[in-house]
Design a protein around this ligand. Sequence first.
Ligand code: PMP
Length: 360
Amino acid sequence: AASGVPRLRAVLDDVPSYVPGRPPQAADGVTPYKLASNENPYPPLPSVLDVVARAAADANRYPDMLATGLTAAIGAHDGVPQEHVVAGPGSVGVLSQVLTAAAGDGDEVVHAWRSFEAYPIVVRLSGATPVPVPLTADGRHDMPALAAAVTERTRLVVVCSPNNPTGPVVTAAEMDELLAAVPSDVLVVLDEAYREFVRPGAGAPDAVALHLAHPNLVVLRTFSKAYGLAGLRVGYGLAHPAVADALRKTAIPFGVSTLAQAAAVASLEAEDELLERVAAIVAERERVAAALAEQGWPVPRSEANFVWMPVGQRTAELAAACAEVGLSVRAFAEDGVRVTVAEPAANDRFLEVAAAFRRP
Ligand code: PMP
């Protein structure tokens, strides 16, 4: 028998590993802050932790595979029938379920770029080919170019709004335009991971109404960002019942833990308190954006809990300047740095680094 490495799928040669945000290195005498993964800086509420502790007592049992209580709570919250709701292990888990259901070898998946790093990875894992469409110069989705990239091989178009890492939303009119241009048998995913941070006047679509009107639209939402449960892995999709059925079939069995389901339900119940924190983060984002503009930075209009510093060749330099004072940020080589908006002390420290950094 031949010795050596077992044969693995050739496609893996083209798939980089997902690189998560790094924990910050403690600098001398200062609190380090992780601003690299767009997490919520606030820990779960005591009421949520209580529910998680109680749920942990049932950890000898498998979770409810259909997350019945959670999908009912989400349906009531978002105003959709429960059968439209599919819970998954983070919204990126639901995106994998969409890909398993809709795309494979020889297919194409169109998405904006730069956008969420996981998109090209999960697309390649499905066997399909990612078709990246460059953002406009101001960090927005180029909707005509996205529509023009659709071919007879396209099975899915992924739209990220607000876009990670640049921050702008896709407007209601732009979504209408895209949905009118894309054939109705091609799925469109609207990833709204950061939706709770969007200003009411930003022009974002009513995604619930949009998915009710367009059976080919799947909306992705998460408990990781505004609800502060990134470590528990729970997100969901809203989809036409036939699509939702397919997404339940393509789920990894028991992918959403009992703890995650309970925490998500408790977070919806504590929504008012959590949305106060969101409002505080949004106020900080506005303060950070205004200060950066005053410093002369050409920062795109962010509707999320991060800001994008388009520093190009000086990306590593800016990330290093942040690291030196205990801030871990996300550097995208030769392109820019994404900085999570967190508690005021962390944001102040970032603004000091930005002020001292040579302006473009
Ligand atoms: N979509 C976008 C646009 C994101 O930025 C992220 C998290 N970085 C996700 C999805 C994944 O979130 P979740 O924790 O729900 O898998």
